[in-house]
Write a protein that binds this ligand. Structure first.
Ligand code: LLP
Length: 480
């Protein structure tokens, strides 16, 4: 059990904003009454936060810049959390936002038989996994270790799906023993699954991962459903796979078909186009006598990284676009969301080390870096950046690159960001850092991976992962 970081609250004398304004959803969360806090006690804070939450059931973003110029996470000043923790940078999550994101899928799936398979690769924090499992999620796995972690977090194996184009025999044996669904990705993968079933002495429930050749219109690094992708099988080969499954009745049971088009998709028509192709394949597969029940349409729904208030498709839009197709074939629907469940629940909180100018460029240098959050460097991804407290009134607004201390010019968190010139020590957040940030963090430059905290429903802050230390690193060499 993680110790509650109640110390975080001990130095509080919090004042809540007069109103919270959420530019993304003015209707449902435009004005929340002032709830002043008279004491520094956790109890008062809990009551306040609960009152705020209960008035706003559809609050779409847990991090809100209020009219007092401070950034809040579920009613807590991020500045005060930052001042209380022992180490920066750190990841700060909202647990209530995880619940809301899950509920958005859960409610959208009402009336369908379904599995929400959370893609563990997006964020593998064990506390988050346990919480998503408690809410009702299954898990989508891409390695033997993710499978082990999912079993450790007590996910129901019959709600887990093992994906991947290079699954190893020993990983497949584990999957067969655990009784999770396995996606068949290639001819050699099918051979290995058969071998694993024999070793485990268990029949494996398999889905065929079909590559439908639908362009997801995303960055090439996160597109997977095009015909030249390394993932899945092409439809020309479908018959070979069906014959091979038939030839192994003791090892394989074909239960469905899977596709995953890519990630950061912002048009639900793309999912519909793929689902139309997929149900046609399922018709073809059923016509050959297979009793397949599952259509797995993968993950990939995008989020509003730009914070412009753009209307992006919701989980309901996604499900509604395939609902009739799924019902028309009496199928069970599997979805595999990662980003859309967890990305917007979290910020990377850093402190400004200093500001400098070289040539025509202004830089804000922070204590966070590409080691903790690599998406901007790796994909040129945009993640919204803002200061956590109001800048001094005389601060000049300029255009900055926000960079870290890592010895690489690729070490940037944001380029050309218009910000008030921050003071040394000011807090700065990189938003939407819950997915593919900590899980892709490294210890490059011997920067140790940061701690993680979440804000609970009652307004308390809990450490959900400790920060790594140099001693952790040195242990790898002990006894060699
Ligand atoms: N299912 C499969 C088979 C996948 O390959 C993925 C992600 C997902 C589900 C979850 O997709 P999501 O709902 O999270 O978009 N590192 C990149 C993202 C790589 C995604 C890989 N596959 C990034 O930082 O954007």
């Amino acid at each position: 059990m993680a110790a509650k970081a109640t110390h975080l609250l001990s130095s509080y004398s919090p004042t809540l904003p007069k109103t919270f304004e959420n530019p993304l959803n003015q209707n449902s969360f435009s004005k929340i009454q002032t709830l002043s806090l008279k004491t520094t006690q956790k109890w008062s804070l809990s009551l306040t936060v609960r009152a705020i939450l209960s008035q706003n059931t559809s609050f779409p973003h847990c991090f809100t810049k209020s009219s007092d110029g401070y950034l809040y996470c579920e009613g807590l000043k991020v500045q005060e959390v930052m001042d209380s923790v022992e180490k920066r940078p750190f990841y700060l999550y909202s647990k209530p936002q995880i619940t809301r994101n899950f509920e958005a899928y859960n409610q959208a799936l009402d009336g369908l038989s379904s599995i929400i398979g959370y893609a563990i690769k997006a964020n593998n924090n064990s506390k988050i996994l346990e919480y998503l499992r408690q809410l009702g999620c299954g898990a989508v796995l891409v390695s033997g270790n993710e499978l082990r972690l999912a079993l450790h977090a007590e996910f129901d194996p019959t709600k887990c799906i093992f994906n991947g184009n290079g699954k190893l025999l020993k990983e497949l044996v584990l999957a067969a023993e655990a009784g999770v669904f396995v996606n068949v990705d290639s001819e050699f993968d099918l051979e290995n699954i058969v071998a694993a079933a024999r070793i485990a002495g268990k029949k494996v429930n398999v889905l065929l991962r079909i590559n439908p050749d639908v362009d997801p219109q995303v960055h090439p690094y996160v597109a997977t459903g095009n015909k030249n992708s390394k993932f899945g099988i092409r439809n020309e080969k479908l018959q070979w796979f069906l014959d091979s499954v038939k030839a192994h009745p003791n090892e394989l049971k074909l239960v469905g078909a899977h596709c995953h088009l890519g990630s950061t998709i912002t048009k639900v028509d793309i999912f519909r186009d793929a689902a139309v192709l997929m149900v046609n394949y399922i018709d073809e597969i059923r016509a050959q006598g297979f009793e397949v029940d599952y259509l797995n349409i993968g993950g990939g729904l995008g989020i509003d990284y730009y914070h412009t208030g753009a209307i992006l498709p919701t989980p309901r839009d996604l499900i509604d676009t395939v609902r009739e197709l799924v019902l028309s074939r009496n199928l069970k629907l599997i979805i595999e969301p990662g980003r859309s469940l967890i990305a917007n629940t979290c910020c990377l909180v850093s402190r400004v080390t200093g500001v400098k100018t070289n040539g025509t460029k202004n830089f804000v240098v922070i204590d966070g870096s590409m080691a903790e959050l690599i998406r901007p460097s790796l994909y040129g991804a945009y993640q919204h950046i803002e200061l956590v407290s109001p800048a001094p009134p005389d601060a000049e607004t300029s255009t900055f690159d926000v960079v870290g201390p890592v010895c690489e010019s690729a070490d940037f968190l944001g380029k050309d960001r218009v910000l008030p010139t921050p003071a040394k020590g000011a807090g700065l957040v990189v938003h939407d850092a819950g997915a593919y940030c900590m899980s892709m963090a490294s210890t490059y430059n011997l920067r140790m991976r940061p701690p993680e905290y979440w804000v609970e429903q009652d307004g308390s802050v809990t450490k959900i992962r400790r920060g790594e230390t140099l001693e952790d690193h040195m242990q790898f060499f002990e006894g060699l």
